[in-house]
Design a protein around this ligand. Structure first.
Ligand SMILES: Nc1ncnc2c1ncn2[C@@H]1O[C@H](COP(=O)(O)OP(=O)(O)O)[C@@H](O)[C@H]1O
Ligand SMILES: [Mg+2]
Length: 266
């Protein structure tokens, strides 16, 4: 089956998770792959970056998780044709405390998705979950719901330090909650070829994660950081800039991975 649920995860903030979700999902939608983004960060940056309000309670992942609405009702179109969104708002930050007595809360998102996979969600080839910068309940929920993980790594000095902890968490989730979980790929972001550190992190990451590291590297590019304030993906804001080009290349690599795994499954 081609459809995959991919969590974009790294407990560090500011490493390019949201930028990657927005622009990879956009590139896939432009290539005709129907795609859904689930914004699981209370800050709602993926929501606003895709041109939608992060003040919309009715259409929020929070209302879905507390059972106040359904997938069909909560999904909205983003500013990109073929790319839909389940948005987030600040209420989501209360979920952890509110569900403290629910022993199964790590499964909340998985159950909702699983119960619908042959329903409304069937139309999507890819479902991306944008995670908050923490290893809190929300991130655990996304690790439990996902088939695969995409890990953005900022090419800077401490990049690999937090990864040990992340890998440990992933291993624990695999043993206890989601045995099928795998790493789809590791993406190097904010690469600066004038900076020796960038190349150093690049080779360390490739030593450690081998062929899991995408050949495509996302450069540090000011257009990528400007686009969200215009409520649009960089790929729409300036499709010719180096940042946009890198996400188009990433989408191609990503699709090839899908084709390869289909080939080996046949
Ligand atoms: N390749 C890049 N080049 C320049 N700025 C970037 C790049 N990727 C992300 N940014 C900017 O860096 C900040 C953090 O990125 P973001 O994607 O929000 O990270 P995260 O979701 O991991 O917290 C944002 O302001 C974003 O616009
Ligand atoms: Mg983010």
């Amino acid at each position: 089956m081609a459809r995959s649920i991919i969590s974009v995860i790294n407990q560090k903030g500011g490493v390019g998770k949201t930028t990657t979700v927005i622009n990879l999902a956009t590139a896939l939608a432009i290539k005709g792959k129907k795609t859904l983004v689930i914004d699981l960060d209370p800050q709602g940056n993926a929501t606003t970056g895709l041109g939608r309000s992060n003040n919309n309670e009715d259409k929020s992942i929070y209302n879905l998780l507390i059972g106040k609405t359904s997938i069909k009702k909560v999904v909205q179109q983003s500013s990109v044709p073929g790319l839909d969104l389940i948005g987030s708002n600040v209420n989501l930050s209360g979920l952890e405390v509110e569900t403290a007595n629910d022993a199964n809360r790590a499964f909340l998102l998985k159950e909702i998705i699983k119960n619908d996979l042959d329903g409304y969600l069937k139309r999507y080839e890819n479902i991306f979950i944008d995670c908050p910068p923490s290893l809190s309940l929300l991130t655990v929920m996304s690790l439990v719901a996902a088939d695969e993980l995409l890990i953005p790594l900022q090419t800077e000095f401490f990049a690999l330090e937090g990864i040990t902890q992340l890998v440990k968490t992933i291993d624990r989730i695999k043993i206890n909650l989601n045995p099928g979980l795998g790493i789809r790929g590791v993406l190097l972001t904010m690469f600066d070829k004038r900076n020796k550190l960038s190349s150093q992190v690049d080779s360390e990451a490739r030593n450690h994660f081998k062929n899991k590291v995408y050949k495509t590297v996302v450069p540090r590019n000011v257009r990528l950081s400007e686009a969200p304030s215009h409520g649009m993906p960089c790929l729409i804001y300036d499709k010719k800039c180096a940042g946009s080009k890198s996400y188009i290349n990433l989408a191609e690599e990503f699709i090839n991975q899908q084709n390869q795994s289909l080939g080996s499954a046949a």
